[in-house]
Design a protein around this ligand. Structure first.
Ligand code: SF4
Ligand code: SF4
Length: 634
């Protein structure tokens, strides 16, 4: 029986995939973002590659002792000298790795007992493999002297110190050779049963990683597939081969946990544990599936519920920090949403208040219980034309549900409309023809409802021949720009901060000249920043405001910390742990800012609540970039 049934074609873009291998695997680019841990891993990784020559040489010498790679000519002294010097670096790196794990107790390296033991076994094996290599080399040099083209300065020095006048070097060489070879074979045999299987699995995992991973778009489900008994993933056979490979590639390094907002504030969600549990479940069930078994103890369990608790799936904000940090390009969010899809579409087991959210989207076309007839009320008196009145505008302003109904965000819609009018941009709105973009339903696992919204919106947009869209909501922005394509909606989509940057750059909007009075900091929305790499436009606009001093929060741009509302979390209660928005607001307030600028309706709500929590509403204002620019323009 097929273990991973979900189709996933990852065989395109060979050139780009190879260049990723060079950068991420051989250049260790993702690991080096964390300098100390990255450097340690870089040395151990390259040490292994360089030692390969010495290991192969040593194995062949076991059968034919005079063998050496000296016939490689000028390459041989290079290989022998580099591997001899690298040995010291590897020993130091292993010792530092042990110190970090057991003495400095780096939080992300504190694993459960079995994993900790696994890590120690591997680190000690590496250490003793290198030490025995030195022992073998030093005794060999003491017996035979330096061979043709051989350059081993450290081994030679060790040979002189320890074995120079020893008559028993020959025995010592034999002992070291055997220890070295036994350790290497122990290591190779242990590898497939340990988390260090990632050494093998991570290379193909990086190669087959989503080419579009940073702008991560959820993959659609074919809801019309009549043969499909399952929507989403309840168990490993509902995953794709890549999702299973993700499980085997996880190094348990904990980088994902260390940046996960839910984990940071004390919720149970651990992206690392989700991957470990996918691997455990695969190890428990896949052999039975391969044997064609369909019943027994393992078949009474499922990955969802028995290995991955429901509650952790609902704690994810889909912020994409884990995906971005993972050094081996694991795609956690796809698997989390697939499991949510199972809970919603196949099992109908989900937090109760989502019933209202789904029902509202279906009947009111918005997650809140507002009346669709009121969708364009925010625009009254502003002289804005709808597409049905005149479809010949240059750009469509996609307002979004919050921009249409939320009292606070309606002000942002009005500010953006006024800015566009000042800049003489001929824009239109859809008015009551606009419906929820589908993002909330999609991230919450309700692919059926999401596709319904997306397809209905696409029909409206395509009927009007819309080509260019601007929106003040990063969730609408991401969906319209990247996910509507999956259903035939192809548009040029701008986030309002990009348009504002453009019109303040080209002089269509002029900023007042004023003395610097206040500080402003900017909070990156995950769906704008990490998902779509729009980092500079909002910052540039804010830096143009002469009355503001711009200050940056420690976690910014691609490392920006989520507000806590993405992935449908806006509509879910915090039942466990702390609040993500409080953690983020504290970081903003710690900069001593007078203004927190945001560019997303969800972020604005979360940060406003955060400022209220700290009783700072009088001193610190939360505003959208559009409002700030409008207030400071001539
Ligand atoms: S997407 Fe964000 S919230 Fe979800 S598991 Fe990853 S880091 Fe945590
Ligand atoms: S999923 Fe990636 S970042 Fe998280 S522990 Fe595994 S390898 Fe590390």
């Amino acid at each position: 029986m097929l273990v991973a049934k979900k189709k996933d074609d990852r065989f395109n873009g060979v050139g780009e995939r190879i260049s990723r291998i060079i950068k991420i695997v051989f250049g260790q680019s993702k690991l080096l973002q964390e300098p100390v841990a990255g450097f340690i891993h870089f040395i151990i990784f390259w040490g292994f590659i360089i030692f390969l020559f010495a290991v192969v040489e040593a194995i062949i010498q076991g059968f034919y002792s005079p063998f050496s790679f000296h016939f490689l000519g000028p390459l041989y002294p290079l290989i022998t000298s580099v591997s001899d010097i690298f040995g010291v670096l590897v020993i130091l790196s292993v010792l530092i790795a042990l110190l970090r794990r057991f003495i400095f107790k780096v939080p992300r390296l504190q694993l459960e007992k079995a994993s900790q033991l696994d890590a120690v076994v591997i680190l000690l094996l590496i250490l003793f493999i290198v030490v025995s290599m030195y022992g073998q080399n030093a005794t060999s040099l003491a017996i035979h002297g330096t061979q043709e083209n051989e350059v081993k300065p450290i081994s030679a020095a060790l040979g002189n110190i320890f074995f120079g006048s020893s008559v028993s070097s020959s025995t010592a060489f034999t002992v070291f050779w055997w220890i070295h070879i036994i350790l290497i074979f122990t290591f190779l045999n242990y590898l497939p049963y340990s988390k260090h299987l990632h050494v093998l699995a991570s290379v193909p995992n990086v190669y087959f990683a989503n080419l579009d991973s940073i702008r991560n778009s959820l993959k659609p489900i074919d809801l019309e597939d009549e043969e499909s008994e399952f929507f989403g993933a309840a168990d490993i056979e509902h995953f794709s081969w890549k999702q299973i490979l993700d499980g085997y590639s996880c190094t348990e390094c904990g980088r994902c946990d260390s940046v996960c907002p839910a984990n940071t504030v004390g919720k149970t969600l651990s992206p690392r544990n989700i991957l470990i549990n996918i691997r455990k479940r695969t190890a428990d069930k896949a052999p039975l599936l391969v044997q064609g078994k369909i019943e027994g103890e393992q078949f009474e369990k499922t990955l969802v519920h028995d290995y991955v608790e429901d509650k952790v799936l609902w704690q994810c904000t889909t912020c994409m920090s884990c995906v971005q940090e993972c050094p081996v390009m694991i795609e956690h969010v796809d698997s989390i949403v697939d499991m949510r899809r199972d809970l919603v579409l196949s099992e109908s087991v989900f937090p109760q208040n989502l019933n209202n959210v789904f029902k509202s989207i279906e009947t009111n076309f918005t997650p809140w219980a507002f009346n669709q007839a009121d969708r364009a009320n925010w625009a009254e008196g502003l002289g804005i034309k709808t597409m049905s009145e005149d479809k010949n505008g240059d750009i469509l302003f996609w307002v979004g549900c919050a921009g249409s109904f939320d009292d606070r965000y309606k002000k942002v819609s009005q500010a953006l409309a006024k800015l566009m009018q000042k800049a003489n941009i001929d824009f239109r709105i859809l008015g009551t023809e606009e419906k929820c973009n589908g993002d909330t339903a999609r991230r919450l696992g309700n692919e059926y409802l999401a596709q319904m919204m997306m397809k209905e919106n696409i029909e409206t947009l395509n009927n009007y021949g819309v080509k260019k869209i601007v929106t003040a909501c990063p969730h609408c922005f991401h969906s319209l720009k990247n996910e509507y394509k999956q259903f035939g909606g192809n548009y040029e989509v701008l986030h309002h901060t990009q348009l504002i940057d453009e019109i303040t750059n080209d002089g269509r909007i002029k900023i007042k000249e004023e003395q610097k009075k206040e500080k402003v900091t900017y909070h990156d929305s995950c769906y704008l920043g990490r998902y779509n790499e729009v980092f500079e436009s909002p910052r540039e606009s804010l830096k143009k405001i002469s009355s503001f001093n711009y200050v940056e929060m420690p976690r910014n741009k691609s490392k920006g910390f989520c507000c806590g509302a993405g992935g449908g979390r806006m509509f879910l209660e915090d039942e466990e742990g702390g609040k993500i928005n409080i953690e983020r607001t504290k970081e903003a307030l710690d900069t001593g800012t007078d203004n927190i600028a945001s560019a997303c309706p969800f972020c604005m709500t979360m940060l406003t609540d955060g400022v209220k929590h700290f009783e700072k509403s009088e001193e610190v204002k939360v505003k959208d970039v559009a409002e700030i620019v409008l207030e400071n323009s001539n």
